[in-house]
Design a protein around this ligand. Sequence first.
Ligand SMILES: Nc1ncnc2c1ncn2[C@@H]1O[C@H](COP(=O)(O)OP(=O)(O)OP(=O)(O)O)[C@@H](O)[C@H]1O
Ligand SMILES: [Mg+2]
Length: 304
Amino acid sequence: MKNAIDIQNLQKSYPNGNQALKDINLSVKKGEIFALLGPNGAGKSTLINIICGITKKNKGKINVFGLDIVKSYKEARSLIGMVPQEIATDSFEKVINTLKFSRGLFNRPSSGEYLESILKSLALYEKKDHQIRTLSGGMKRRVMIAKALSHEPRVLFLDEPTAGVDVHLRKELWKNLADLKKNGVTIFLTTHYIEEAEKIADRIGIINKGKLIVMDTKKELIEKLGKKTLIITLNSPLKVISRDFNDYNFELKGNKLKFFFDYGENKKSISKLLNDLIKKKIDFKNIEIEKTNLEEIFLNILEK
Ligand SMILES: Nc1ncnc2c1ncn2[C@@H]1O[C@H](COP(=O)(O)OP(=O)(O)OP(=O)(O)O)[C@@H](O)[C@H]1O
Ligand SMILES: [Mg+2]
């Protein structure tokens, strides 16, 4: 069994007729960090909530480590940790007690040592005997993560874990997730921050209006959908250039000559282009390469 999560032909309509998920097929490999990107209302939370057994699906099949989430609900659920998008925050409970309680719910033998190690890794150890309501928003969010990890799940779902979290804390959290991955935990997160997906995810899915429109490794996404622009600054402005360049996709404005390449084709073509420029005695003083980043790719896909 290679996959932590297998989803086949998943469909969800809410009772009010809202079709939130349309025939989703998706697999997450064991031990990888998977990021699901999509605009507001795309269906991200619905998908996570269904896998975690909070919302019911209409059609389709979902396995978590080979266990059907409906037929083997309890067993499957015990392998899952979940940090919801909305966090319940006003608890009078102490941090450590909430973790103990949560671990107990999954019938795990008590382990002060394990819970303390989680608190330490999330920089919450000092706060372990404080009531949750007295913590800051960012700390509460980390308590939710600690709670989700309290029963030692094999896959952790985080629904927009860094929304409203400051830059420093966000980076800390990325480190925490990388450490969890090192310990073999599979991670499934949703995010609006493309930078977040770009930084930490092994594979990225893009969902829009209930449809999974792209699913690839980061590298392949950029290679398949990315573009490169070679910007050449000429020594003196030109009005026209030789017809020999008609095979290229270019734009000439004064002393700026821009050539547009698809990601895959550019290696050979760029050296050919430079040769052609030299052959035609077009003098230039600078060359820059601009690559599309994930953000531009994402926006392009959504516009289609
Ligand atoms: N309980 C519900 N009843 C009816 N419709 C719902 C319910 N929950 C979500 N929806 C609808 O389902 C669609 C997907 O919502 P969902 O919360 O899954 O989106 P999301 O991708 O998580 O968005 P966001 O980025 O804003 O959190 C939306 O059209 C939403 O209005
Ligand atoms: Mg959501």
